[in-house]
Ligand binder design. Sequence first.
Ligand code: HEC
Length: 311
Amino acid sequence: MYKLKNLMTAALFAALGSMATADSWTLNADASRIAFGSVKKDTVGEVHSFEGLSGTVGADGAAEIEIDLSSVETLIDIRNERMVEHVFKNAPKAMLNAQIDMAEVSALAVGASTVVDATGNVELAGNVLELDAELFVLRVSESQVLVSTNDMIMLSIADMGLTAGIDKLMELAKLPSITRVSPVTLRLVFDMDEKKAEAAPAAATTEVALAGDPTAGKKVFRKCKACHSLKEGKNGAGPSLHGIMGAAVAQADGFRYSKAMADSGVTWTAETLAGYLADPKGYMPGNKMAFRGLRKGADIENVIAYLAEES
Ligand code: HEC
């Protein structure tokens, strides 16, 4: 029994550890867009964009966006080719690096927005240009954030080291002038990476579950009963917990789960249950279980043993 208790403690600490780490995010390429403008002959304004974007924001707030330069779309094929060859010098990609205050972003409630100062740089064909920009950040949902330019970013062609390339375009297209400052707008949508609440190996799960006392756990379960039944298909304020041990999250028929829970990718093992029941909100931000969690380790251990026995 002593060894089993230690296992339980280890599982709890593992769960707490995963709660403490901040979230990381991945760019949603379909929903994102980077556009830039140009004016030729003083009078003809045009908008161009990049289709090929990818990127991440780490838990430390370091954002890295990769722009596939060959994906430039100016709506004229020959112009796309000339831009790639003469302006981008066939460089495969440009990198946008920025530092974002993740504490501020994480603290945003769903639907709330803020404007943050971001500093960073853009790296293109061996040239690195420092940038400051105001970014508008909107928390779309628990697991999605939209970041856009608050105004426009004005990029100097000379500072970017692209003067010769633009001269060449003018020559090829026989134009008297092309913009030497280009307004740039960004719309970047990031999806939160799934929490790494991996299933504990099956053997360990059973051992940990057995560490608790199911009879004592039945009493603890009274706190859950207001919302949960163990009968199959019987949902209340919370979903039926029938067969919950070892089950994938959000499997109860006919229960409307929050998106946060439905998309969490969790499998319910002694380990993930311990993490969730100790702090439902912290473990799975945005889930709608209105229960503040079990304080005592023994209660958690026991209720898990009870759930394991009933499942
Ligand atoms: C006030 C009501 C309420 C109480 C009390 C409550 N829960 Fe929940 N529980 C919910 C709701 C609502 C959800 C679904 C949350 C969502 O969709 O975001 C949920 C979800 C769960 C899930 C995930 C189910 C699944 O299908 O993936 C587990 C496990 C769970 N609760 C266990 C417990 C345990 C164990 C207790 C008691 C210690 C408890 N809950 C107390 C309302 C409650």
